[in-house]
Every structure is written in C-alpha cells, then in structure tokens.
Ligand binder design. Structure first.
Ligand code: PRP
Length: 185
C-alpha cells in the first residue's frame, strides 16, 4: 500500500485541534442532555472515529447505535444524490432523544434522507452533530445543531474519512493532493 503522504496536500485540521473541538462539543452536548435520555446514532463508516472520541467527552449516560448509508460509489468523488440504507438501527427510537453523529455534510442529501427516514419512527427529538460542514457544497438545507468545523470545498480524508476506503485511521483531517508531487512523473 502506498504511503498516505503521497496523497496529502496539507493538513487541514491537526489532531490537537480536532480533539480540542470534540471536547468542547462533548461538553455542550452533556449540558444540553443532562437528565435526558440520549441515543447517539453514528453514520458509518466515516462517523466512527468521531463517535468514539465524542462519546468519551460526553459525561451524561447515553446509548449508541449505528446506521450505514450509501451515497458515494467506491472511488467516486461526488455524491450521486441517491442514498440507500445499508444497515438499519438495532434500537427502537420512538420517544427517544436521538443525536445523529456524522463526519461530514456535503450536499446534505444523505442526512436529509436519514432525517426523513428516522422521523417516521417518531423520536422525541432528532438533532445533528457533524464534525465537518462543507457549507459551500450544500444543495439541500440541513439543520446542524452541533458543528465541529466549517471547511472549504476541498476533498478531505483522514479521521474516519477515506481515500478509496483507506486512511480512515489517520488522526488528522488532510486535503487530497490533486497534482503530482514535484519531481515525480
Ligand atoms: C459521506 C459522509 C456522509 C455523506 C455526506 O459518506 O459520511 O454520510 O458522505 O455527503 P452528502 O452531504 O453529499 O450527502 P460516504 O458515502 O462517503 O460513506 P462512508 O462514510 O462510509 O465513507
């Protein structure tokens, strides 16, 4: 496997900034949900790193569950606009306070579909926590209740986000290098 540095233009959000912001989000969520029932719903696969750090920063009791949605084909760089539910929740959500945990909101189509789908199950509340907001790319309005960072319209990877399914493990958010490195054909 090639080294990720070949694909890295620059580090957009270093590890310490990510972790600091996630701690702040966790504190905000803990304040808002104090004394309330809370279910974190992680959207796989990209949201998994964010979920595991975020839940360690939340100091109110909570449950977790997972959904997998497909909106991008392997290797694709743009949303197709059509989404498919590949893995549904194991937990009933009627009457519960649901907080969706997502790595990135781009066009907004994925979350709009997820929100519409989950609302049919009558949760008590349904809110969104997104680490990255690529706001320039929005095609449909999505209410973001907890936002980590607003980022420019660049292809990013690391910290849950993949480059053709690799590098989700990197502890920072990097920008994909679109031009070859100097000196390399
Ligand atoms: C990414 C991301 C969101 C979606 C956002 O998932 O995790 O779910 O795209 O795009 P949108 O706002 O344009 O709909 P992806 O389909 O890449 O799957 P993955 O998380 O499994 O990598």
């Amino acid at each position: 496997m090639q080294d990720y540095q070949e694909f890295l233009e620059e580090i957009l959000i270093p590890e310490d900034e990510l972790q600091e912001r996630i701690r702040e989000l966790g504190q905000e969520i803990s304040r808002d949900y104090e004394g309330k029932d809370l279910l974190l719903v992680c959207i796989l696969k990209g949201g998994v790193m964010f979920l595991t750090d975020l839940m360690r920063s939340i100091d109110v009791p909570h449950n977790i569950d997972f959904m997998a949605i497909s909106s991008y084909g392997a290797g694709a760089r743009q949303s197709t606009g059509s989404v498919q539910i590949k893995l549904d929740l194991a937990t009933p959500i009627e009457g519960r306070n649901v907080l969706i945990v997502e790595d990135i909101i781009d066009s907004g189509h994925t979350l709009t579909s997820v929100i519409n789908f989950l609302n049919t199950r009558r949760p008590k509340s349904l809110k969104i926590c997104a680490l990255l907001d690529k706001a320039e790319r929005r095609e449909v309005e999505v209410p973001i209740h907890y936002r980590g960072f607003t980022i420019p319209n660049k292809f990013v990877f690391g910290y849950g986000l993949d480059l053709d399914e690799y590098y989700r493990d990197l502890p920072f958010i990097g920008v994909f290098r679109t031009k070859p490195m100097q000196g390399i054909e």
